[in-house]
Design a protein around this ligand. Structure first.
Ligand code: ZN
Length: 142
């Protein structure tokens, strides 16, 4: 039978492991969402160039961030200049991990706020709505 410290350490490790899984789950959804955004954009660009006769040979008008590619001065998209103009798995995965951890941390801050609201006797329905909002805002990748 493990002593109290071993049990606490085991519980903490289990909790940490569950947290890591949740962060990874969110990150994978964020990566997949970005992959789909790039796939949709690439399909639009391909469609555009298949119809050159309609668009009179013009380049596709916007980058994936919606910034115009038609300019007569040096003002390209900052995100594209930073290398976000095409799907780079490692770059997207790093960003997704960062965002997933932020979402998870914010979710738990909100849940702690919810517990505090309840313990202070705030309206349980409104506190519950806040908790639900935090769940949808931070854990659901749309
Ligand atoms: Zn851009």
């Amino acid at each position: 039978m493990p002593n109290v410290t071993e049990k606490a350490m085991h519980d903490a490790a289990t909790r940490h492991s569950a947290d890591r899984r949740q962060v990874m789950r969110i990150a994978i959804q964020l990566i997949e969402r970005r992959r789909q955004e790039f796939a949709a954009y690439d399909a639009d660009v391909s469609r555009w160039y298949r119809h050159r006769h309609i668009n009179q040979g013009l380049a596709y008008p916007v980058c994936i961030h919606g910034v115009s590619r038609y300019y007569d001065y040096d003002c390209a998209c900052g995100a594209c200049e930073d290398g976000d103009g095409y799907f780079d798995y490692l770059r997207v995965a790093k960003g997704a991990l960062y965002e997933a951890q932020l979402r998870w941390d914010n979710y738990w801050k909100a849940q702690h706020a919810y517990i505090t609201m309840i313990s202070l006797g705030y309206d349980a329905e409104k506190a519950g709505q806040f908790s639900q909002w935090a769940h949808n805002r931070y854990l659901v990748v749309k």
